[in-house]
Design a protein around this ligand. Structure first.
Ligand code: ADP
Ligand code: ASP
Ligand code: MG
Length: 250
């Protein structure tokens, strides 16, 4: 039995129809005999909407309160997916960042993960439950809610995969893999079947936002095999692994 972490980004959970499609995919992974931890982003546009609400009341909102506000988007998606899975007869349980718990430093809006307790989610997995975790959020030593910076659900997923020693971390998004350049800007960009952590880090540092750079740093540090694929038509996507293994694959 393998342990798979599946992360779905904003577009992939952008409507009720899409959340139902995510449920189908998660059920497929679970029915294949795997344990599954799902990490979700907020529904597309929700984090931006929350930020603009705060800007309407203050030009310069307090970062702590911003984290209380912008972490709510993910809480909506984890509840909706868990309810969907339960309505299909599956055992599912949602966890916020504090409930896991994901411990971070206190740098509000750009916190770094320091430690993840695995006990609560391990217990749920042992009971045969599908675990659904809110990405992008954690808590600091004071118990205050923190967030990990825009795109931070990628980092939540990879850090959880590392902490749980998962067999693979799948990042489901709205493109079918990592391309030589942003396919929305460069139409003849090519999808790469396999690249190394180092190459992916370089792309992320040059501004490619397909993965948050910290997630790639985590994957490299803990050697988490990462796969980027489309939640609409998955295919093989792009596998991101160690340089040596990448040479072998080539
Ligand atoms: P999600 O909401 O799933 O986290 P993001 O919008 O954060 O998705 O990241 C996916 C987007 O990254 C794609 O829609 C694509 O436009 C962009 N992107 C930028 N550079 C690349 C690249 N080299 N390969 C693939 N996608 C890229
Ligand atoms: N919802 C957060 C954002 O929009 C985190 C994420 O999607 O990864 O940045
Ligand atoms: Mg993203």
């Amino acid at each position: 039995m393998a342990l798979i972490v599946e992360k779905y980004g904003g577009t992939s959970v952008g409507s009720i129809e899409r959340i139902m499609a995510v449920a189908d995919r998660v059920m497929e992974t679970f029915n294949a005999g795997n344990q599954v931890i799902v990490v979700l982003s907020a529904m597309a546009g929700e984090t931006d909407r929350l930020i603009s609400l705060a800007r309407e009341v203050s030009p310069n909102p307090d970062p702590r309160e911003m984290d209380v506000l912008i972490s709510t988007g993910e809480q909506v998606s984890i509840a909706l997916l868990s309810i969907t899975l339960q309505s299909r007869g599956y055992l599912a349980k949602s966890f916020t960042g504090s409930q896991v718990s994901v411990h971070t430093d206190s740098v509000h809006n750009k916190a770094r993960i320091e430690k993840i307790d695995t006990q609560n989610i391990q217990q749920a997995l042992d009971k045969g439950q599908i675990v659904v975790v809110a990405g992008f959020q954690g808590k600091d030593n004071e118990g205050d809610i923190t967030t990990l910076g825009r795109g931070g659900s990628d980092t939540s997923a990879v850090a959880l995969a590392a902490a749980m020693k998962a067999d693979e971390c799948r990042i489901y998004t709205d493109v079918d893999g990592v391309y030589t350049a942003d396919p929305r800007i460069v139409p003849d960009a090519r999808r790469m079947a396999c690249i190394s952590y180092e190459e992916m880090l370089e792309m992320a540092s040059l501004g490619s936002k397909v993965l948050q750079i910290r997630s790639v740093e985590f994957a490299n540090k803990y050697k988490v095999p990462l796969r980027v694929l489309s939640s609409f038509n998955p295919g093989d996507g792009t596998l991101i692994i160690d340089e040596d293994e990448e040479m072998e694959q080539a």
